[in-house]
Ligand binder design. Structure first.
Ligand SMILES: [Ca+2]
Ligand SMILES: [Ca+2]
Ligand SMILES: [Ca+2]
Length: 259
């Protein structure tokens, strides 16, 4: 009995060590929120992140959705010299003639595709982006009732060089660190009558747990550390009275099942 326990502990410890090592280096992509409901005409802002990044200097994602259910009204890379996807040859924000952010984000509402590809360069001081890195965001408008999966794949493409494929998620040292969970279905948006707009954590009810999230994000706009797209009920980039009104109207609700 004693030996069995010791063996078990050894096995468990070995598993934890193995998991610990593999998790640290596994680059993944996630979207926030990854589960939401809207009525027709409603908007939702979805942020796309790379998690556990290690000195990234490029990214490229292709996001696909059901174009009969949703349409994109806005999509952007996070174009920021310090923390985002902007190329600046001398690394100084005061000179802008050496900056570029091409290729432009491509939105195709007929096929249901958004492609965003970006590079991060700050002259000789480039160290790359690490940790949880914002890649960009998409604002969808609900078009018709139904469910749309939100799928993410690599970009691997440049509109000016359509015959070639390109590496995405290149690190500062030149190696490629592709996300381990793409291509994959990373979220779902349901469009239906009586949708729960206020279910900010996607657990099927609107209650105090959502209120806590909402309260933490109150009076924030994109760029503020406490801005949370899951609480931006109307998808306009800030969390204020219009969002609260929508949230409040859903208070206490048990959300309908997705169609
Ligand atoms: Ca510059
Ligand atoms: Ca909830
Ligand atoms: Ca808002």
């Amino acid at each position: 009995m004693r030996t069995f326990k010791l063996d078990s502990i050894v096995v468990i410890t070995a598993c934890i060590l193995f998991l610990g090592v593999s998790v640290v280096h596994a680059l993944t992509v996630s979207i926030e929120p990854n589960k939401a409901q809207r009525e027709i005409g409603g908007k939702i802002r979805v942020h796309i992140y790379a998690n556990d990044a290690d000195s990234l200097i490029s990214m490229g994602v292709k996001v696909t959705f059901d174009p009969t259910v949703l349409e994109v009204v806005e999509a952007s890379k996070y174009e920021d010299l310090d923390n985002g996807w902007l190329m600046d040859a001398d690394g100084s924000a005061s000179t802008t003639d050496d900056q570029h952010n091409d290729p432009a984000v491509e939105i195709d509402n007929s096929t249901g595709t958004v492609i965003m590809i970006g590079g991060h360069l700050k002259g000789t001081s480039t160290v790359g982006l690490s940790g949880k890195v914002l890649l960009g965001w998409i604002v969808f408008q609900a078009k018709a009732n139904g469910n749309s999966d939100i799928q993410v794949d690599l970009g691997k493409y440049h509109p000016e060089h359509p015959a070639k494929t390109f590496d995405n998620f290149v690190k500062r040292d030149g190696t490629v660190d592709e996300p381990t969970n793409v291509p994959g279905n990373l979220g779902v948006i349901c469009v239906m009558e009586g949708a729960c707009k206020g279910d900010t954590n996607g657990n099927g009810t609107v209650g105090f747990d959502d209120y806590a999230k909402f309260n933490a994000a109150w009076n924030s706009s994109f760029g503020d550390p406490n801005y949370d797209p899951a609480c931006d009920v109307d998808g306009d980039g800030s969390i204020f009275y219009s969002d609260f009104a929508a949230f409040n109207s859903d208070w206490g609700k048990v959300c309908p099942a997705c169609p």
